[in-house]
Design a binder for this molecule. Structure first.
Ligand code: ATP
Ligand code: MG
Length: 192
């Protein structure tokens, strides 16, 4: 396969309108859909920011894949982990969880305001909002005023109605079956 020179792929003359997308619901596929989109956009020479809310540590297959991209592509994707290396629920939230999420949001907010990327993925942002780790009114304000040509994706269960309201695309993934119900926990290569 011929891979075009990455620097020639993103041509500002062809800027197109960017939308706000939400992948929510209790079924599997929200984060993986956003990562697939990141790969697609990178292939077109876009610059991509991924902020992973509520996720820390480096035990994610996607982190290894992105780190293994050729320099041209790797330079166009920035990944920020804004969480601890554990699952956060409403019953185990710590000050550090909040600090991490707020730091991630600060970076995302600055990137949105400064128009630094063509695609910004706020993975598990819905969870961070639902758990009050970041402020809803602040995020609404920033999203409403995003640059016209920037695409922003929020993933995670329990998307806030106020965010759904301002989004342009909302996909709710519904679990018809999930092996979780058979007691099968997250698997390497499939869930992380
Ligand atoms: P993927 O990253 O595979 O696209 P997702 O982003 O749609 O999945 P999340 O809501 O982020 O899914 O859930 C991530 C993890 O939650 C999964 O690794 C899974 O093991 C676990 N999980 C799945 N179903 C349940 C459930 N009913 N209750 C609690 N945890 C679940
Ligand atoms: Mg997810």
């Amino acid at each position: 396969m011929h891979i075009p020179d990455n620097n020639k792929l993103y041509n500002p003359e062809f800027l197109q309108h960017g939308y706000i997308q939400i992948y929510t619901g209790n079924g599997k596929g929200k984060t993986t859909a956003s990562l697939g989109l990141a790969m697609r956009a990178l292939g077109r020479g876009w610059s991509v920011l991924i902020v992973m809310f509520t996720k820390g540590g480096n035990d994610y297959g996607e982190l290894i894949s992105f780190a293994s991209l050729s320099p041209d592509f790797k330079d166009k994707v920035k990944i920020i982990q804004a969480g601890l290396d554990r699952i956060v629920y409403s019953s185990n939230i710590s000050e550090e969880d909040k600090k991490q999420a707020q730091l991630g949001w600060k970076i995302a907010k600055r990137a949105i305001k400064n128009d630094e990327y063509q695609l910004i993925i706020l993975d598990e942002a819905n969870i961070a909002l639902d758990l009050n780790l970041i402020e809803l009114s602040d995020m609404l304000d920033v999203l409403k005023n995003k640059p016209d040509d920037m695409e922003i994706v929020l993933t995670g269960r329990n998307a806030k109605p106020e965010i759904i309201e301002i989004a342009d695309l909302v996909s709710e993934i519904k679990p018809i079956k999930h092996y979780w119900d058979k007691g099968i926990k997250a698997r390497k290569g499939i869930e992380f």
